[in-house]
Design a protein around this ligand. Sequence first.
Ligand SMILES: *Cc1c(COP(=O)(O)O)cnc(C)c1O
Ligand SMILES: [Zn+2]
Length: 435
Amino acid sequence: MNSWLVCFNPACRARLGIDEVLYNCPHCGGLLEARYDFTAFEATAMKRTWRERRMDNAPLSQSGVWRYREMFPFLADTGPVVTLREGNTPLLQAPRAAAYGGLANLTFKHQGFNPTGSFKDNGMTAGVAQARKLGMSRVACVSTGNTSASMAAYASAGGLDPYIFIPNGNISYGKLAQALEYGAKTFQVDANFDQILALVRVLAERLGIYLLNSINPFRIEGQKSIVIEMMDQRDWAVPDWIVLPGGNLGNVSAFGKGLREMKALGLIDKLPRLAVVQAAGSSPFYEYMAEKGLTPFRAQEHPETLATAIKIGDPVSWPKAQFEIETTNGVVERATEQEIADAKAVIGKCGIGCEPASAATLAGIRKLTAAGVIAHGEDVVAVLTGNVLKDPDYIYRYHTGQLQAPDGSPIHPAFGNKPVTVPNDADRITELIGS
Ligand SMILES: *Cc1c(COP(=O)(O)O)cnc(C)c1O
Ligand SMILES: [Zn+2]
């Protein structure tokens, strides 16, 4: 076999078959990760092949994930792949956001351009391919929204039945609407994310349903394509920093693994530093890393943030995230509700836009440059994780001065843009606009 699973726990490192239906190590309960035999890999030849695929109309070449499949060869053949042409997300320059963040230049990689509007598609196409390879007919996840929207789309496109479990009243309508439209059987459970995850693990075992939560090692493999595509788009020039929001911490784990593998294979010559930004009301990883890992990891029982995609009190992938932050000499920052809301409006004013969790990146960058951690002239790529239309209710409330933090305190719209009610009167409107 040229692919297998390994337990991430350094004290265990058990090696397991790639086709075993496992989410944790059966020996120690540790996280699992995929490993490959890369001995035949040739960096220069692969870079050329990946470029050529961009001009090829075959569905797998058109996918911004499967184009790079040699970096995650866990399928013996690509028959089980379901692609909606995920990935292919742009790098966008944003001078106004750069200035706000205290930088000379800032580039966004906007994962909200994906088929269901978030980076979850990069991972889900891989997770669903593995489910189909294993012969599963049902898949499930617990989700704050984007995972369920993505899983519903990919499962339905691939002829599998999607089952979605969501915390009651904690999901944006945009995301819930997607799950319903894409045909997922949807259960709203009166419990928080972490409690529902425990419930779904029991159900998955009992009913033979394949779990596609972020702990699933194949989703992590697909999400590596975000940084691989980013480097390809930059002609393999490594930035100084990659900044991303952190919830369950699967994405930072994927970025770190992808970057380490690219360096080991000679695709890039150094590692960028990773910066993860959490919402202040939901920041167990920030708090843990602030104590340099000297105290045990403590889950947060009542995480609170309007950025629902990162409202996670017990992030499953923290051991991987800690390893990747330490390996890349990275940092962890946190941003308040007010800071996230204003940063989001600035990103919107660039003509780009994103969902609240994504804006934690710019809010965090602003704090990290002020603190002298990121220098004004450094080359920074911030990953916008979700589309602006995921949470329109938040946007309307912000711009009309009605947005409140979870503790009820008002958010002052520093960049508010209220609609104006006018009479049907050209003279009056001319006066308002000014000649
Ligand atoms: C899932 C998600 C996140 C958090 O990613 P993790 O891998 O859970 O850390 C951030 N932003 C958006 C839009 C998401 O959908
Ligand atoms: Zn183990």
